[in-house]
Design a protein around this ligand. Structure first.
Ligand code: SAH
Length: 362
């Protein structure tokens, strides 16, 4: 049975479902779910991510974690955690670079948080030369250890709820079946007013408020653990830090936008990350919160241009490719500004590497 038929049966049985439930089923259903069944990355796939563009991305972020560990007095038995590791490329690049920080590496336990059985197998293959890696299907770190965590393009895949401003109030956007096809509809009864942040009062009719409850809960959990046990988290994703009233849920297939509902499970679904909400969750959890700053600003502050020159000097034939990757990852009109980085550190930390220009908000 196709995922679309299963969704239609579910909706016929229980009524329209929220966008969050739709996203969860379309992305993760074991039979036919987008991530559950495929490797979407790369030129031949649906989209390309920073670690797949260049090894420099993982190298620099690996050193960021080692620096944060060093800044905190090298706490014993750190966890090196990645959320949503895709093909395992970022972790492989980090582990190679972290050979330069052997004291960190030899004490660290690597934890890969991956929901997709298919991608977990891809990651196991990519990392087969590294014994002792732990895989989890959700973030559940072994207790009482400092947590050094990276998440690239993970939070954008977490399910969002959408509310649309109407004359009768803010109504949740639902997915229903109309004329035999999946279709968006609004819940007949408005959501309780307390659910909608005050800042959205200025939205026009038709304006959309999006919220990602599981992303916010996870960010708060991470911040609480880091504040209590030490560590650092670096979240990199595309998203916004200023309020907007347009919905951002999108479907992408073959490097182009696709219809969100037409072929459930066949396309990637994601939404822009609300960095203001994640930063607020980090503060509620008690962490020192840094950023968001543009990915370009962070990578530049951490010396990516110098790294590109160094690699080009060793291998002149790749100079052009390295310059193109650097440009793609850092230029404001490429990934440098739309993609942002947010860091959580323990509240007593002095600063986050690369975030020196912005400082902490506690
Ligand atoms: N970080 C990788 C991949 C990003 S795509 C890169 O930059 O290339 C999103 C990743 O998160 C995929 O590995 C996907 O399977 C995983 N993922 C999505 N939702 C998840 C969830 N709820 N729990 C765990 N993993 C999830």
């Amino acid at each position: 049975m196709s995922l679309k038929t299963r969704l239609a049966d579910l909706i016929a049985a229980q009524g329209p479902i929220g966008v969050a439930q739709f996203m969860t089923i379309a992305l993760h259903e074991p039979e036919g779910g987008y991530y559950a069944t495929r490797d979407p990355f790369g030129a031949k796939g649906d989209f390309i991510t920073a670690p797949e563009i260049s090894q420099m991305f993982g190298e620099i972020l690996g050193l960021w974690l080692a620096q944060a560990w060093d800044d905190q007095g090298r706490p014993h038995h750190p966890l090196l955690v990645e959320l949503g590791p895709g093909r395992g490329t970022l972790m492989a690049d980090m582990l190679r670079t972290l050979k330069a920080a052997p004291d960190f590496l030899k004490q660290a336990t690597v934890v890969m948080v991956e929901a997709s059985p298919h991608l977990r197998a891809v990651q196991q293959k990519a990392l087969k030369s590294h014994p002792g890696i732990v895989w989890q299907s959700q973030f559940d770190p072994p207790p009482a250890r400092p947590i050094f965590l990276i998440a690239n393009e993970f939070f954008d895949a977490l399910p969002i709820r959408q509310y649309v401003k109407t004359l009768r109030g803010w109504c949740e956007r639902m997915v229903t079946v109309k004329d035999g096809a999946l279709a968006f509809a609004l819940a007949p009864t408005p959501a309780p007013g307390a659910l909608i942040p005050q800042a959205y009062a200025a939205a026009p009719e038709g304006g959309v408020y999006e919220t990602a409850p599981s992303a916010i809960a996870l960010a708060e959990d991470m911040a609480r653990l880091i504040a209590a046990q030490g560590g650092a988290a670096l979240l990199v994703d595309y998203g916004y830090d200023a309020i907007g009233f347009a919905g951002t849920l999108q479907a992408v297939g073959g490097h182009a936008f696709a219809d969100i509902l037409a072929e459930a499970g066949a396309h990637d679904l994601s939404a822009h990350v609300d960095f203001t909400a994640l930063a607020a969750a980090g503060k509620r959890g008690g962490a020192g919160v840094y950023g968001p700053i543009g990915q370009g600003a962070l990578l530049t502050a951490l010396g990516m241009a110098t790294r590109a020159q160094g690699l080009a000097a060793k291998n002149p034939a790749s100079a052009q490719e390295l310059a193109a990757a650097l440009e793609r990852l850092t230029a404001p009109d490429k990934m440098g500004t739309l993609f942002k980085a947010l860091a959580f550190l323990p509240p007593a930390a002095v600063n986050a590497p690369g975030f020196e220009t912005v400082g902490a908000a506690h």
